[in-house]
Every structure is written in structure tokens, then in C-alpha cells.
Write a protein that binds this ligand. Sequence first.
Ligand code: DP6
Length: 323
Amino acid sequence: MSTYTSTALAHPNIAFIKYWGNRDNALRLPSNGSISMNLDGLFTRTTVTFNSSQYDSLIINDRAVIGKGLDRVSSILDLVRGIANINERAEVSSVNNFPAGAGIASSAAAFAALALASSRAAGLILSEGQLSRLARRGSGSASRSIPGGFVEWHMGAGDDDCVAASIASVDYWNLTDCVAIVNAAHKKTGSTEGHALAGTSPLQNARVADAPRRIEICRKAILNKDFEAFANIIEHDSDMMHAVMMTSTPPLMYWQAATVGIFQEVRAWRANGLPVGYTVDAGANVHVLCLSEYSKEVEKRLRELPGVSDVLVAGVGGAAQIL
Ligand code: DP6
């Protein structure tokens, strides 16, 4: 085999029903299913080249990465080499267009783009389901950045059917995510470490047992474009995940004072007729969801709040794609 190269682009996603905790850490089989939307305008672009070098190498935003970051990428390349039956090492080069420290989880877009670029560079044409499963092995939420639009990740019975698929297309509903950036004073615990702690919270079993109900409500709210039901369920699900985080041993507290301040404003705005709802991932930033016609107003209000240093605005993003 000589040199084979491919470039792919994928969007990050924001979870409406959260993935928190694995039933199998090695295979990244989640304890519960989840639902998300891809974020348009934000992306990771990754080029993979298989060549005659002795080792895999990784460059992210012009900086060489070694150690754990490289190992995590190599483990996906190993899976691809196994399927394609090749031995070549790879050069992986990746660029994010969203600011570092913006608190947008980059691993979802990164491993979705890596799964697509590396499999194509190895000469494989994988189905969407196969790509979603491959991306999942690098980062659970990356399984949801392979299909486009609104996506459900099914927990499945095992590796084969633990896969994400679109439940509604990019154009189905004009939701917009206004991400209020809150300056986090402390370095957060990464999600991989966090998932491993989920089971130490006595609340996790209840959260997981109730997940099918929340998924059903959220899926229906999206399909019926019922914003009120949608806002209520995403806030409830986010609060439940953070309750598990806070009651884990050791406890994880991702919220800052400003995070809670934004929750209270968002709920007051909704009570006064502005359709908005919040959700928070493993960080302090607040994702405020609204319909696109309200996004200017929501952005303006968020910028006026104490502790908000910036606001990113993203519509519904498409599927991962080869460039
Ligand atoms: C809070 O997918 O980042 O954002 O599989 O260890 O990479 P790893 O975890 P990751 O976890 C995401 C956690 C979350 C909720 C979500 O996106 O569903």
C-alpha cells in the first residue's frame, strides 16, 4: 500500500437527553440512550494519511499531541486497520474552528471526523451505522455526530446495535443553540473520568431507570415541534445528570455561580412568554435553546448577564462528511 489520504468534517453536538455512565467502559456502551442535535457552523476537520512511517502521529490545531491523546486516536486507527486488513501507520491532522476553552465538547466532532476520514483513507466505505459505532469507540457522544440533524443514540443490546441515527433532518425544526460562555475558574474533570464515577451516585440507578420515559418525551417534543414540552424535558434531564455528578464520590460540581444565575433568568424569561430552555454538559457553560426567530433577542439578553463572557450561536448541523 502506498499513501492513502482522506479528509472529513464533523460537527459537535449538544445532548438534550444526556449520556452519563457506561455499562461497558471499553466498548463505550452507555447506561442509557440519548438524544442530541448537531451544531451548525462549528466543526472539526481531520485529514488522515496512511504511509510508511513507523508510528501514528497526531497534530491538533498545529500542535503535536503525544501520550494519552495520541493513544486514544491510535486505538481507533487500530480498529480501522483491523477491518481493512492493513498495517500502515497514519498521520492525523485536525483543526477545530471553535475557540479552545469555549467549553464545547470537541471529542464528539473529533472522533466522528476521525472515524470517517480514517476508514475512507484505508479504502473502506462504511455505512452510517458502522461509522457511528466506530466513532463511539473513541468518544461516546461522537456516535451522535455521524448522522445529521436531530439524532438518537440507541443503547442497544450490545456492540452491534449500539448506534446513533437521525430522528429528524436538519431542516425539520429551526432550533438554535445560544451558548453562554461562563468563565470556569477550575479545570473540569474530563467526561471519561466522570462516566466512571456515575455509578458511585445513589441517584444514577434512578436516572437510568427513568431514561426511556425522558427519551420518549423528548423525541415526541422534537417530532411535534412542541417547544414547551421540549424545554421542560431538557432542563429536567440536565438537572438530573448534574444531580448524579454532584452526588458522586468524589463529587463533581461543574456549575459556577453564573451558571445557576442563567438558569433562573431562562426560567423567568420562559414564564414571561419568551420560548427558551437550558441544558448544560460537563462544564459551566449554559446552552440556551430557542427557535431561530428569537435567537437575536436571547443572545442580547445573555450578553447582559453577569459572568457571561461570550455567546456562540449555532443552528442545526448536518451529518459528518468527506471533503
Ligand atoms: C455530559 O462522549 O465526552 O456531554 O465517551 O468518555 O468521550 P467519552 O465521553 P463524552 O461524554 C459526553 C457527556 C455529556 C453528555 C452528552 O453529550 O450526552
